[in-house]
Design a protein around this ligand. Structure first.
Ligand code: BG6
Length: 473
């Protein structure tokens, strides 16, 4: 079959915001010396500023670690260099980079940071959830400039009740459209391609329902292990780290009805409505989930210790490094179709895709031989591609069925996921961030299954690092 390559040909962005509102003047990164900042946020910002040379932004790094503005500018420059960021917008940020030693739980310190900001500030909480919660409390004793944006990293709260409480705290400070609940998966260009694929073609959307789809898998299997993140990961586990935070949002994009527009209000409403309908498959939270953690093993030439022997891990927490849940969307469109969401660490191969398996044909004409498999549409989440697997006649004997593949490789997105996230924040466009209600519904689903796990009804299984998961799965 033919392989077609496509490239993203987005029009150049001049740096003016698309929403018609004044863009952010100062980005304050709370947690400036952290790993997230140097590894993801700053490179994302570098790419964005290279694309938008007309943007003029001030960048304040805030953190308790004793540093000065020159050292901060060096950190920023190194991150920008890692993505070959150049141009006047990049130079402007580097020339005006400021660092303030800040205790994010201190109202006085936060007030001082805000006093240094020019234009409308965005506070990005690149902090552990407990520290973010203290900072939100402290902000209640601070006078916030008009329009201040608050951008929060995942996980948003620790359960549905916690997320609801956090939403209330945030909404007593600012309006909903000033809160950005960050999910970098929504900044991945292939995840966003689901919108175009579904709503800009006549081919797929009429088939996206229970009459034609047998099952949907949303899988994000990684070869990476713990990567020294025990302090965070050992409390989150695969279920919260990936399924609650990311894969449920992807499911919402697959199941939602066509929004009126892809602007923030319509898109967020459609996704939230879709999440409201999600529950464990057949309403059974025990049968709907499986969990496992890795033991020692080898991935390629990397030898990984058992998860429980990793530095900082408390084995008694029973943290899973592989989680799989089967969910359904209780709507006329989808009821009864299993949605399998799965993600794990230290697995044999990286499988990152949305696989939509269509139903079998009702009748195969006699005389057509060969192995009949259902049609599968795969949206690959890295490398970015789309594949449609079909049964066709040929090559060779025309009456024997063969498997054919129509595939398209998407070029890299204009921005990386954090670049897209920051683009939304700096233009005050929350289209790609979660609504408060969406965040609470994602927890509702996950809480039900985690309660079954915590009550001991679902065993914690094991798999050797470098395998495809527990043997029985
Ligand atoms: C992060 C998780 O949000 O997403 C990580 O905390 C995970 O554990 C990562 O590895 C996967 O996303 P990406 O874009 O880095 O492949």
């Amino acid at each position: 079959m033919d392989t077609t390559s496509t490239e993203n040909t987005n029009a150049e962005d001049t740096g003016t915001q698309g929403t018609g509102t004044e863009s952010i003047g100062t980005l304050v990164v709370l947690g400036a010396t952290g790993d997230l900042t140097s590894r993801l946020l700053l490179p994302g910002l570098g790419r964005l500023l290279t694309e938008q040379p007309a943007r003029r932004l001030r960048l304040i790094g805030a953190d308790p670690a004793p540093r000065d503005s020159r050292q901060w500018a060096e950190v920023v420059r190194a991150a920008f260099d890692s993505v070959d960021a150049t141009g006047p917008a990049v130079d402007h940020v580097l020339d005006h980079a400021e660092y303030l030693v800040t205790d994010a739980s201190s109202a006085e310190d936060l007030q001082q940071v805000l006093a240094s900001a020019t234009g409308i500030p965005a506070l990005y909480f690149a902090l552990p959830p407990a520290v973010t919660a203290k900072a939100i409390d402290a902000l209640h004793r601070v006078s916030l400039p008009e329009g201040t944006l608050l951008a929060l990293e995942k996980p948003f709260g620790a359960d549905q009740t916690g997320a609801a409480a956090l939403n209330r705290r945030l909404l007593s400070l600012v309006d909903e459209d000033q809160v950005f609940r960050v999910d970098h998966f929504l900044g991945k260009s292939t995840v966003l391609n689901i919108l175009g694929l579904r709503f800009a073609n006549y081919l797929f959307e009429p088939l996206f329902n229970r009459d034609h789809v047998a099952k949907v898998e949303i899988v994000y299997d990684e070869q990476l292990g713990l990567e020294n993140r025990a302090g965070y990961y050992d409390r989150a586990g695969a279920m919260v780290d990936m399924i609650q935070s990311h894969l449920l949002q992807v499911m919402a994009l697959v199941t939602m009805d066509a929004p009126q527009s892809v602007h923030a209000t319509d898109l967020r409403a459609a996704k939230t409505e879709a999440l409201r309908a999600v529950r464990p498959f057949a309403g059974d939270p025990v049968a709907a989930g499986r969990r496992a953690r890795y033991t020692a093993g080898t991935i390629g030439d990397r030898r990984l210790p058992s998860y429980t022997d990793e530095h900082g891990v408390d084995p008694d927490r029973d943290t899973e490094t592989l989680a799989e849940v089967t969910l359904e969307s209780t709507t006329w469109r989808w009821s009864g179709v299993p949605f399998v969401l799965r993600s794990g660490k230290a697995l044999e191969a990286a499988r990152r895709e949305i696989a939509i398996t269509f139903r079998e044909v009702p009748h195969l004409p006699a005389g057509l031989d060969g192995h009949l498999e259902p049609t599968v549409l795969r949206v690959c989440l890295g490398p970015d591609a789309m594949v449609l697997e079909l049964n066709v006649n040929g090559p060779g004997d025309p009456f024997v069925l063969d498997r054919g593949r129509l595939s398209a490789d998407f070029g890299a997105g204009r921005l990386n996921p954090y670049g897209e996230v920051l683009h939304g924040i700096l233009d005050r466009d929350p289209s790609l961030s979660l609504s408060g209600e969406a965040a609470e519904h994602a927890w509702r689903v996950v809480d039900q299954i985690r309660a079954a796990w915590q009550s001991g009804q679902v065993p914690l299984e094991e798999y050797p690092a470098g395998s495809s998961g527990p043997q029985t799965w």
